[in-house]
Design a protein around this ligand. Structure first.
Ligand SMILES: [Zn+2]
Length: 328
């Protein structure tokens, strides 16, 4: 086994190493850093990238990776695990939802990034070139952002190479969350991959996005689901001998829609995460700042509320929730 090189780290077989990727300053900002760990096994195997904190206020996976970095034994691991602990440091330290406090962009919409772009674009470029290019399998770990009450689920992207899609499907099952959103609509152009996991997929590497946690709370049960999910993946990929048995029959969400605000003001949800709604059911309403109702938002089809915004601020065009159903 040879050493594994990433950033300034050269990891010997059978070791846990720590490092930091540097996104250099450019005119207009002071750059940032991306902390990572590498668990490099003694035997060959896949290179699994686990990336947390793409949205900096989604804490459950960030905390799960803090625990997992010492829970995976490099002496018995086959292959290599790269953990990105906080992909979006400006958002994490700035405590922002969705958007970077530096450039106002959503990091998970600017992939594969640009070497000479905004800070978010340069973070994306660094993750694409330093992490995704070195990986064979990629997981982008998300959760309910500070405003989102969310039930756990994974996204499985079906577009692109069918062999990659099939391997991604198996990863979603191995991760073990009991709802899997079947994502039919992601771009197939590697230069316009937009999303982190889709950046892997458009480069021929299987990948999934996972969602655990509710309104930024560090919930033990959700942290445990992420730890279980990673253990399931390590066994599925042959990197460890034991792990949890994957679910026999997850709920496949074949149809989903993110409902967006048509007005700016205060949002009042009428449903909770996990509520089963009929077509036309009231999901919530928006008022102006003097109490006048501006918009009611209704379910476009019958299904389950996968997440719903539970804090008042809402701007036109932003998500208020997501409904999913198993039938298309
Ligand atoms: Zn997210």
């Amino acid at each position: 086994m040879s050493r594994f090189e990433i950033g300034s780290v050269s990891a010997a077989p059978g070791t846990l190493s720590s490092g930091t990727l540097v996104v250099p300053a450019r005119a207009g900002d002071s750059g940032t850093t991306i902390p990572f760990s590498v668990i490099h096994g003694k035997a060959p195997g896949p290179v699994l990238a686990l990336i947390a904190g793409t949205h900096g206020s989604e804490y459950v996976p960030i905390i799960a990776l803090q625990r997992l970095r010492t829970a995976i034994d490099p002496a018995t691991l086959r292959g290599t695990v790269i953990m990105v602990h906080v992909a979006n440091m400006p958002s994490f330290l700035g405590r922002t939802v969705y958007y970077s406090p530096v450039d106002g962009q959503n990091l998970n919409r600017v992939f594969p990034g640009k070497s000479d772009g905004t800070l978010s674009e340069r973070i994306a470029y660094t993750i694409t070139t330093e992490v995704i290019h070195r990986a064979t399998h990629v997981v982008d770990l998300h959760g309910g952002d500070g405003n989102e009450s969310l039930r756990p689920y994974s996204y499985w992207i079906t577009t692109g190479d069918p062999k990659v899609a099939e391997q991604s499907r198996a990863m979603a099952i191995a991760f073990g969350l009991d709802h899997i959103v079947v994502d039919h609509g992601r771009p197939t152009d590697p230069a316009k991959s937009s999303f982190l996991s889709n950046t892997a997929i458009t480069r021929g590497k299987p990948g999934i996005t996972t969602e655990n946690g509710d309104r930024s709370k560090v919930d033990e049960e959700q942290v445990a689901l992420v730890e279980r999910g990673v253990s399931g993946l390590l066994m599925h990929l042959g990197m460890r001998d034991d792990g949890p048995i994957p679910l026999a029959s997850p709920v496949w969400i074949e149809r989903d829609e993110v409902l967006r605000a048509g007005a700016t003001g205060l949002f009042y949800p009428a449903v909770a995460k996990g509520t089963m709604v009929v077509v036309g059911a009231l999901l919530g309403h928006i008022t102006d700042f003097h109490g006048k109702t501006l918009e009611e938002i209704h379910a476009p089809f019958g299904g389950e509320v996968l997440y719903v915004v539970e804090t008042p601020p809402i701007s036109k065009g932003e998500p208020v929730g997501m409904v999913g159903a198993s039938a298309r």
